[in-house]
Design a protein around this ligand. Sequence first.
Ligand code: PLP
Length: 300
Amino acid sequence: MSNQHKAGVAFIDGEYQPINQARIPILDWGFLRSDANQDTISVWDGLFFRLDDHLDRFERNVAKLRMTCPYSRNQIHSIMNECVCRTGLKDAYVQIIMTRGVPPLGIRDPRRCKNQFYAFCIPYVWIATPQQQDKGLHLIVSSICRIPPESVDPTIKHYHWLDFEMGLLDAFDRGGDTVVLQDRDGHITEGPGFNLFLVQNGSITTPESGVLDGMTRRTLFELCAELEIRCTATSIPATQITSSGEVFISTTAGGIIPVTTVNNQIIGDGLVGPITRALRDLYWEKRGSGWHGTPIEKLS
Ligand SMILES: Cc1ncc(COP(=O)(O)O)c(C=O)c1O
């Protein structure tokens, strides 16, 4: 396929464009008001992961935001497929996006906007470098609270990330690699692009509410069942993080990634723990064998 799409491709206004030339209209409320929903799907070894689950989540959230997608589910799948084919990437990161769009000039009624669909494909994104994955991340538990679910529904994959962004800057100032935010009652929520898991006495917990129902989080429950490890979604006080034996995060952008330091405090013996390692190995082994995979058609 064309070399100009090797670094990535975007689908905007019905056309495929090289990623570094792709632009959206400045008056789109997706930009001006963060009025958008997205889903991010990974491609590994030429296979989409959990494609139907991602499309279900996308459609559900588009409906929650009272938007209308101009493309059918099959058409979205074809656009995604075409994006990947044009890049020729076997390992890729594909994002599909609905924005409120642009209203008639001077109109402030979201119902009058023409909803827009965009998509792009770029090389696979890792939340952590290979060195960070081997060593484990240093996580900072920020005092910044996640936007309350009563204000913005966290099960919508939205771009309301100012809390995460300020939390990240705070984490970097404190020597951390990334951040997790608490809710207003001091319970753990999630971080910029990931869900969090704690291992205590051989059992795993993850926050039950106030978080995105991450696809990798969902995958973790399946992997835990296979390894006969108890995994429960529950309310977790942030104070429990540092007393955990192991901590890890889950994300489309890297799978399962260990955390070995929290707020400058070493977790366990400071090394990647056996349960995290077993889950991570199983995750990549199963992905390599095509688990939950949908082939990219005509990918050369
Ligand atoms: C806020 C938030 N939580 C959790 C996740 C992890 O979800 P998934 O496993 O579907 O990538 C993401 C992914 O981008 C996210 O943005």
